[in-house]
Ligand binder design. Structure first.
Ligand code: ATP
Ligand code: MG
Length: 269
């Protein structure tokens, strides 16, 4: 009996392929499938070089793709179909699609010469056409949510790494994205600053934000993600509900990965 799917996923990646060239190198992404439902949190785990960053960068259209297809709320990303032809979207249309996603990088990428407030309000005002007073009010609400209301007029250099990352998250949320993509949001932070950023991401999960989080934080993935995806050599090796993923990994590769990371992981803070 076939099971009929009644909902369109927020994000669907089908058979995604990506190579960076370089002769006989294996592809960075070798036929990746990923489905993310509304309000779902998906953690992406895997060894260095397995294609995690490439995956989220392709979804955010920061990289071109070599094959497969991606859909946001059912809309094909990056291409349009004309009869029997498929052609790349114009830049303006790519930008329109990108505005419906938020990306948070390892390096916060805040504008150093702007205040925290302006970092958050700039895109809503200039790109999304939100009236300045409304954008400011929303930014202040978001800063409150990430515990930084008192830093609205500070400059990024006056903030700790953890605080800068919380501002970067507030900035991504300010655009009302359909999905938030994180690429190792805590990897460049001093250990004592990791928890405050993970807590903000946890709060977003509770609020129903749809998220794809590339992370090395196993305890976080286990407690916050609905599903965990394990990648190796450009392929998805396992894609399972978080609890099963950690308690009964099927593949030897994931078993080995979990054992290794458990040995090297810092104790819970
Ligand atoms: N801009 C690039 N040019 C050439 N090769 C690249 C580029 N970006 C990534 N790659 C290659 O693609 C593969 C996947 O890299 P990717 O950065 O996606 O891995 P990752 O899983 O994010 O690793 P890490 O955990 O170290 O961040 C690697 O072999 C990498 O060397
Ligand atoms: Mg990476």
């Amino acid at each position: 009996m076939s099971v009929e799917r009644t909902t369109i996923p927020v994000l669907e990646v089908m058979g995604l392929r990506k190579s960076f060239g370089g002769g006989g190198d294996r592809p960075a992404l070798d036929g990746v499938d990923l489905r993310v439902e509304d309000s779902e949190v998906v953690a992406v785990l895997g060894p260095s070089g397995s294609g995690k960053s490439t995956l989220v960068r392709c979804i955010d259209q920061l990289e071109s793709i070599d094959g497969g297809a991606m859909y946001l709320d059912g809309e094909l990303l990056g291409y349009e179909v004309h009869g029997s032809h498929i052609r790349p979207l114009r830049d303006v249309d790519v930008q329109r699609q990108r505005r419906r996603m938020g990306m948070v990088f390892q390096q916060f990428n805040l504008f150093p010469h702007w205040t925290v407030l302006r970092n958050i309000t700039e895109a809503p005002i200039t790109v999304h056409g939100v009236p300045p007073a409304e954008a400011k009010q929303r930014a202040m609400d978001l800063l409150e949510r990430v515990g930084l209301a008192d830093k609205a007029n500070a400059h990024p250099r006056q903030l700790s790494g953890g605080q800068q990352q919380r501002v970067a998250i507030a900035r991504a949320v300010a655009a009302n994205p359909r999905v938030l993509l994180f690429d190792e949001p805590t990897s460049s932070l001093d250990p004592e600053l990791v928890d405050e950023v993970l807590q903000v991401i946890k709060d977003l999960a509770v609020s129903g934000m749809t998220m794809v989080v590339v992370t090395h934080e196993m305890a976080f993935a286990r407690s916050v993600a609905d599903r965990c995806v394990f990648m190796a050599e450009g392929k998805v090796i396992e894609d399972r509900p978080a609890q099963e993923f950690f308690e009964s990994p099927r593949s030897t590769r994931l078993q080995t990965f979990l054992t290794r990371t458990a040995q090297t992981e810092t104790p819970p803070r």
